[in-house]
Design a protein around this ligand. Structure first.
Ligand SMILES: [Zn+2]
Length: 108
């Protein structure tokens, strides 16, 4: 099972579910998460973004079974920090440290 995380964007998740179903791909939606059993998720996501002209979105692989689809914005301008591994956004150094521990990084 692969999770496609639309980062809180339920409308995007709705559109993605429609797109997948139109292409005969079985999926379930839970708010802004779309769950699929599919091997070529990244390829399908790229086609979806291209065909729906969502050029400002990008696909990030956050772990083995999770893809994040989100708009790319220069968040650093808002005083936010981005995880350099998966692109996850947090608002403080403490949160970033806690988050990065989840990747198994040993931080001093
Ligand atoms: Zn991360």
């Amino acid at each position: 099972m692969i999770t496609i995380d639309c980062a809180g964007d339920t409308e995007l998740a709705d559109k993605l579910v429609n797109y997948l179903k139109n292409n005969g791909i079985d999926c379930t939606q839970e708010d802004s998460l779309v769950l699929v059993t599919l091997n070529e998720v990244e390829k399908i996501l790229k086609m979806f973004l291209k065909e729906t002209r969502r050029v400002e979105y990008s696909i990030l692989k956050s772990d083995l079974t999770t893809f994040v689809v989100a708009k790319v914005v220069p968040i650093e301008d808002f005083g936010l920090l981005r995880c350099n591994i998966c692109g996850y956004v947090v608002s403080s150094e403490e949160e970033l440290t806690a988050h990065q521990r989840a990747h198994g990084i040993q931080l001093l």
